[in-house]
Design a protein around this ligand. Structure first.
Ligand SMILES: *Cc1c(COP(=O)(O)O)cnc(C)c1O
Length: 361
């Protein structure tokens, strides 16, 4: 068996130790004689899994008691509608910052349910930066303020949060959840599709402050009402059982193998520094994002020639660096270096890039 270095933006790599553990437990989970895939979600043994996953997430992310953790389906994209339906209910107004496709889609969905003020956008330069925000342009009476924290496609991240005062800050953290410590108290809602940095596809985590639950619009489908899921401990209907189990294994790996989010962040910085340092010194490759807004998770880069980009992607793939083609709106390459990508993977990529530059320069 040989495993590749997988730079996919999502679904993406999982820690090898987690996959091995899941394989070991595949046919018989802890003496139950069943796979986790086969269990009733109402069984006592499955209860230990979902409760274990929640308490580990609370511990690892330091989530305060006045926040609910919901394990849902439908992907981050379903929350694009759930957010306005649950929150746009007092003044029917929200502020959005447009930093890429995901923020744009979330914003378009919100427009169906109320008044949306686009505070700022970085569309003018293909979303290669995070716009400077001026609080005097924020709506004083918005029901919430929305950002996409890490922009998976464009490789930008907020290093500083907007100061929204009493207005709840809502953030899509799909591609940066568990990559670094985060002060949950600064947010009203944090949410993420799991398939980038947490688990396989199928699970969406919503972390929501309690006072923001229970005000959903009358038209809200039952399945999109956070109160229904909060009141039922994410068991209103069948939760994504196996994916929650995988998330639990990933959280155990972060806690026990890595040593928590401070350590995870250190490792992620080390990996990203290595790649950005190479890009900044290369005569052939360059990063597409302004240095101050660079993501630690998604690193888009290009050469000045379409032909070289294509050649690089082809040769990289042959050498076992897969899924490194950039998003069609940016072109070139993108290396997603989530938690599960080992330092050695980034080192091997950088060595290969240096070799390619030497042979083609
Ligand atoms: C991948 C991604 C999404 C979409 O997630 P789905 O679970 O496929 O709906 C939304 N936001 C961000 C930041 C993403 O990276």
């Amino acid at each position: 068996m040989s495993r590749v270095y997988n730079f996919s933006a999502g679904p993406s790599m999982l820690p090898e130790a987690v996959l091995r553990k899941a394989a070991e437990e595949m046919l018989d989970y802890e003496g139950s004689g069943q796979s986790v895939m086969e269990m009733s979600h109402r069984s006592k043994i499955y209860g230990t899994i979902i409760q274990g996953a929640e308490s580990l997430l609370r511990e690892v992310m330091n989530i305060p008691d006045n926040y609910k953790v919901l394990f849902l389906q439908g992907g981050a994209s379903t929350q694009f509608a759930a957010i306005p339906m649950n929150l746009m209910t007092k003044n029917k107004k929200a502020d959005y910052v447009i930093t890429g496709q995901w923020a744009k889609k979330a914003c378009a969905e919100a427009k169906k349910y109320g008044e949306v003020n686009v505070v700022a956008s970085s569309a003018d330069k293909t979303f290669s930066y995070i716009p400077k925000l001026d609080p005097s342009t924020f709506s004083k009476d918005a029901d919430y303020f929305y950002i996409c924290m890490n922009n998976t496609i464009y490789g930008t991240v907020y290093h500083e949060l907007p100061d929204t005062g009493d207005i709840p800050l809502v953030a899509d953290i799909s591609s940066c959840i568990l990559s670094a410590p985060i002060d949950v108290t600064k947010f009203g809602v944090l949410y993420a599709g799991a398939q980038k940095n947490m688990a396989p596809a199928g699970l969406t985590v919503v972390i929501v402050r309690e006072d923001l639950i229970g005000n959903a619009m009358d038209i809200t489908p039952t399945m999109l009402d956070w109160k229904i899921h909060a009141d039922n401990g994410s068991m209103y209907n069948t939760p994504p059982c196996y994916t929650i189990y995988m998330a639990k294994l990933v959280l155990e790996w972060i806690k026990n193998e890595i040593g928590g989010l401070d350590k995870m962040y250190e490792l992620n910085q080390k990996k990203a520094d290595l790649l950005y340092h190479f890009l900044d010194n290369s005569k052939m490759f360059r990063g597409t994002v302004v240095p101050e807004d660079r993501s630690l998770m998604n690193v888009p880069f290009v050469t000045d020639s379409e032909e070289l980009n294509t050649k690089f992607i082809k040769e990289a793939t042959e050498r076992g660096f897969v899924n490194i083609k950039g998003h069609r709106t940016v072109g070139g390459m993108r290396a997603s270096i989530y938690n599960a990508m080992p330092y050695e993977g980034v080192k091997a990529l950088v060595d290969f890039m240096a070799e390619f530059e030497k042979n083609n320069g």
